[in-house]
Ligand binder design. Structure first.
Ligand code: ADP
Ligand code: MG
Length: 472
């Protein structure tokens, strides 16, 4: 998220440099580097960057620079909630150092009289929520003709259907407005359309730091049904050497628990990490992981946030994350500082569309692979099971191919009757039956397919043995 552009390289007022120094900030984040120079030119701007990327200072720095301590309102910043407004206000106050600007917070739920008095004493910047700001404007404590800069933090919220009329009410009163800045983590098209109603050819800056941060590691995917994901995982774990460290991601706490329990039973040394553990337990596990006592952890995305361990060489996506960005966060755990690493994704039929979306979004190069073979002298720890779910169609039917033609085994009706009587199932469990030269295809519901295969093994069909295989 940080760039190698230093704040020092910008000719900002000395007081601002001191403010940034007091925070210990040296390098601009990507969104700050991308937007601050444009905002400093007085241009309208829409800045989109993820949460936590430093958007507050991205508008805070240019706004502070353009204001001077005159006791006249020069900039109005709106945020959707009181908490956000006061956070923004605090950060701006620190950044401004000794600039001497009066920054007032104006939001509901606090003493209106007191806020009003403060405003009458003269302010340079207001950070507020729109409701109270409108109220104060109607009471003439705020002169909307005064500020030239207008800024919306979390602009997607501020411009949604609910708030938009209020924002427009404010905008229309700002007769002296010459610059408008919008910042948010997302900008749906309807929000951009709404913004265009009151902005002047804004620059649109999209900073997606994640896109730049795809680690240089090898990525593999394997098609594998839920039933056999643990088997696949055991094969991947068996491949690891003693120095390797692994992190396995599941989408739910429950899956973390299940996978951890089952793998522990099979004597894998690992720990599960998720939000139900208390802070102490989590820290203990993380410490042991960091100093190498534990080589493998199974975690949810949330629990793994902030894990920064250099030795991680394998990331496994037991599930494909619902959130596209999480995929990049996950694989970013490995390949740190030039180390080599691998990321393996276990992809069931249901996961597949989501993985395709991720691949398309980030233009990833993921190699479709098969599960690694056992090493020399290794034996299987978890057995592979038959998994018909993966080969079934949307109605849950699997196609079984019989190596016999209709002349030998009879009509569709005969075949249907044979299965119904042998596996004692409802007729509905048998789907389409079709003939193709020397073979016959029978659709059988996944719940009965195992029985059907056994029945063919055990019983003759019209006095002959019929071989069967699943059609993928
Ligand atoms: P956003 O609004 O994009 O979600 P914030 O502006 O709240 O992000 O910033 C996230 C965190 O990063 C805050 O704790 C902020 O103080 C810190 N931060 C922002 N810019 C920098 C920087 N250039 N150097 C160091 N820390 C920074
Ligand atoms: Mg913010």
């Amino acid at each position: 998220m940080f760039t190698n552009t230093t704040f020092k390289s910008w000719d900002l007022p000395e007081t601002l440099h001191q403010g940034l120094d007091s925070l210990g900030w040296e390098f601009a984040t990507q969104v700050q580097k991308d937007t601050i120079p444009i905002a400093r030119q007085g241009l309208d701007l829409i800045g989109q960057a993820r949460t936590g990327s430093g958007k507050t200072a991205a508008f805070g720095i240019p706004i502070i620079e353009s204001c001077s301590p005159k006791g006249i309102l020069q900039a109005l910043i709106l945020a959707p909630t009181r908490e956000l407004a006061s956070q923004v206000s605090e950060e701006l106050n620190t950044i401004q150092g000794d600039s001497g600007l009066v920054i007032a917070t104006v939001y509901g739920g606090t003493d209106l009289e007191k806020q009003a008095r403060k405003l009458q004493d003269g302010v340079d910047i207001i950070v507020g929520t729109h409701g109270r700001v409108m109220d104060m404007t109607k009471r003439e404590f705020i002169d909307m003709n005064s500020p030239s800069i207008f800024c919306l933090d979390e602009a997607d919220r501020m411009l949604d259907m609910g708030f938009f009329p209020d924002i427009m009410w404010i905008v229309e009163k700002m007769s002296n407005r010459s610059q408008t800045l919008l910042f948010s983590a997302t900008f749906p098209q309807e929000i951009i359309d709404a913004a265009n109603e009151f902005m002047n050819e804004p620059e649109f800056i999209l900073t997606n730091t994640e896109e730049l941060d795809i680690p240089p590691i090898d990525m593999y995917s394997v098609s594998i049904g839920r039933t056999n994901k643990l088997w696949a995982l055991s094969r991947l774990l068996l491949r690891m050497s003693d120095e390797d460290q692994t992190i396995i991601f599941c989408n739910t706490k429950r899956m973390v628990d299940l996978a951890t329990q089952r793998l522990k039973k099979k004597n894998f040394e690992l720990e599960g990490l998720h939000g139900d553990l208390n802070q102490n337990q989590r820290e203990r596990i993380l410490d042991r992981y960091k100093n190498g006592e534990i080589s493998t952890i199974v975690a949810t995305d949330v629990a793994a946030r902030g894990i920064d361990v250099d030795g991680i060489t394998l990331v496994v996506n037991y599930d494909i994350p619902n959130d596209i960005d999480s995929f990049i966060h996950r694989i970013g755990r490995t390949g740190r500082i030039g180390r080599t690493g691998e990321a393996w994704s276990l992809v069931s039929k249901d996961d597949s569309p989501q993985l395709s979306k991720i691949i398309a979004t980030y233009n990833l190069d993921i190699i479709e692979s098969s599960i690694p073979e056992l090493g020399k002298g290794q034996s299987e720890v978890i057995n592979r099971q038959e998994d018909y779910q993966e080969t079934s169609n949307v109605f849950g039917f699997v196609t079984l191919q019989l190596d016999a033609s209709s002349d030998k085994i009879g009509s569709s009706r005969d075949i249907l009757n044979w299965f119904v009587s042998k596996i004692k199932c409802d007729e509905l469990a048998i789907g389409d039956i079709s003939f193709d030269g020397n073979t016959t295809k029978v659709e059988i519901h996944t719940s009965k397919i195992g029985l059907a295969i056994k029945a063919l093994d055990k019983h003759d069909f019209n006095g002959m043995k019929v071989k069967s295989s699943i059609v993928n």
